[in-house]
Design a binder for this molecule. Structure first.
Ligand SMILES: Cc1cc2nc3c(=O)[nH]c(=O)nc-3n(C[C@H](O)[C@H](O)[C@H](O)COP(=O)(O)OP(=O)(O)OC[C@H]3O[C@@H](n4cnc5c(N)ncnc54)[C@H](O)[C@@H]3O)c2cc1C
Length: 450
């Protein structure tokens, strides 16, 4: 990591702002810095680990350690300037960043940090009164035992309803089952850690105390899923798979789910869609549901309606990007004019990488997407690529008019003066010093994860 008073880079050095420093952001930052760009990485949090720290549940100890090390190494490379505790859209204006700071290009790598709203009119008014969303729930679970944690905390009641069906909703159900089991064991004077309960599974740990799950008197939580068990996205059906192969993957999904239910003692109610809120006093106490069926892969509603009551409702139906003022939205997503490389009509120097554009909650998918867009488009746009392949990918990925704007923007920036780059470095350093940043290694040591 260069010192803040490093020499100003050569005239032709492209300067790139990356918004979000986690898996995708770190990948693109390192690639561009290695090719000679000056890169500033802005992250809203003190630590740049994104969903590795705040999504992946904390029992993934080794995976988290490995991913932390990868991100740290990439952001620590020469040419990368980390700007923590800086949320674009709140602390730094997006339009200013793109137009005024002096960056050649801006890369969105800000992931998906907002919960999709449960589609029941008025239900969000009960957030904190019976309704909980997955993102803050997992963030609290991951951090609440750390000294100094002062964020929201959630109870882990028995008999919760979890609306979802993806891998994240299974993680939510696991958190509930692990915590309620741990609490019941504690009442009996027995200690069990979340780590050992997760690794060995609830029944095996109970057996070491001559107990079975029923002895705990827990009802357990229930995942409510609008599709059928074998539709759950627990493993992917490869593109162009034969019907036999697809059927095999679908059976595999059922097996994964059954294994998880046996190991963590939660239940799943498939083929039901939440439709109404059941309110008692000022609290959400359950959901009115409509039975669904699947026809040609589509969810079709039926006439059957029923109710499920629960200690609370946790909504885990997907994460979407948080809006950034200045970026047009289309529904709940950014209004990309090109979904392949995350380009925005109004901002020709902007590209996007990782979950913010793929919508895939997957570490490898985020990293691969960042590498592909960097190599296939951003490096070509900045003149850092090895030529043809990159240009072709860029040209093929955008329409003619957009390509023209890209070319103009690129040539405009190529003429940026030393004074402009000097002003940019000063601006980056001013923001770093405003948040107390005093060098990457020192900062990361002071903000080490617990
Ligand atoms: C419950 C749960 C379980 C998961 N389990 C797995 C798993 O087992 N395996 C797996 O592969 N994947 C899993 N994932 C998904 C995986 O963690 C993510 O998909 C992946 O890490 C996303 O990487 P990313 O870099 O695209 O985005 P993120 O990790 O979301 O990074 C975005 C970064 O941008 C920052 N940011 C956001 N907005 C701004 C802003 N306005 N200004 C500045 N900074 C901003 C954030 O702080 C963050 O650091 C899980 C996710 C969840 C929620």
């Amino acid at each position: 990591m260069p010192a803040m008073s490093e020499p100003i880079p050569a005239k032709e050095t492209p300067c790139v702002a990356v918004i979000g420093g986690a898996t995708a952001g770190a990948e693109v930052a390192a690639r561009l810095a290695d090719r000679g760009a000056l890169v500033a990485v802005f992250d809203q949090n003190p630590r740049p680990f994104g969903k590795i720290e705040d999504g992946l549940p904390r029992w993934h100890v080794n995976l988290r350690k490995k991913e932390y090390a990868t991100i740290r190494e990439k952001l620590g490379r020469e040419g990368v300037h980390f700007v923590p505790n800086t949320k674009v859209g709140r602390d730094v204006d997006f339009a200013e960043l793109v137009n005024d700071w002096g960056f050649t290009s801006v890369v969105l790598a800000n992931g998906a940090w907002r919960d999709r709203s449960l589609p029941i009119d008025g239900i969000d008014a009960f957030t904190g009164r019976g309704l909980v969303y997955q993102n803050p729930f997992i963030i609290a679970f991951n951090h609440e035992e750390e000294p100094g944690y002062d964020g929201p905390r959630f109870a882990y009641p028995d008999g919760a309803l979890v609306v979802g069906g993806g891998l994240a909703s299974i993680d939510v159900a696991k958190v509930l089952m692990l915590e309620t089991t741990r609490a019941r064991l504690k009442e009996r004077g027995l200690e069990a850690s979340i780590g050992e309960l997760e690794t060995r599974g609830i029944p095996k740990i109970l057996a070491t105390h001559d107990l079975v799950f029923e002895d705990l008197g827990l009802a357990g939580c229930t995942i409510l899923y609008r599709r059928d068990v074998e539709d759950m996205p627990l493993s992917e059906i490869p593109e162009g798979a034969t019907p036999e192969r697809a059927a095999k993957v679908r059976k595999g999904r059922r097996k994964i789910l059954e294994k998880a239910m046996a190991k963590f003692c939660f239940t799943l109610e498939p083929l039901c869609a939440p439709e109404t809120a059941i309110i008692e006093g000022d609290r959400l106490v359950g959901l009115g549901l409509r039975r669904t069926r699947i026809e040609n892969g589509r969810v079709v509603t039926t006439d059957e309606v029923f109710e499920r009551r629960g200690a609370c409702v946790i909504s885990s139906i997907g994460s979407i990007p948080e809006a950034i003022p200045g970026i047009d939205m289309k529904g709940e997503l950014f209004d990309f004019s090109d979904w392949d490389v995350g380009r925005l009509e109004a901002w020709p120097t902007v590209f996007s990488v990782g979950n913010v554009v793929t919508g895939k909650g997957n570490i490898v998918a985020s990293r691969k997407h960042a590498a592909r867009v960097s190599q296939g488009a951003i490096e070509a746009f900045l003149g850092l690529g090895d030529g043809h392949a990159g240009e072709e990918a860029l040209a093929g990925a955008v329409d003619e008019e957009a390509t023209e704007r890209v070319a103009q923007a690129a040539s405009g920036v190529a003429g940026a003066s030393d004074a402009e780059r000097s002003a940019l470095l000063e601006r980056i350093a001013a923001r770093q010093s405003a948040v107390g940043f005093d060098g990457f290694d020192a900062w990361m040591e002071r903000h080490a994860p617990a």
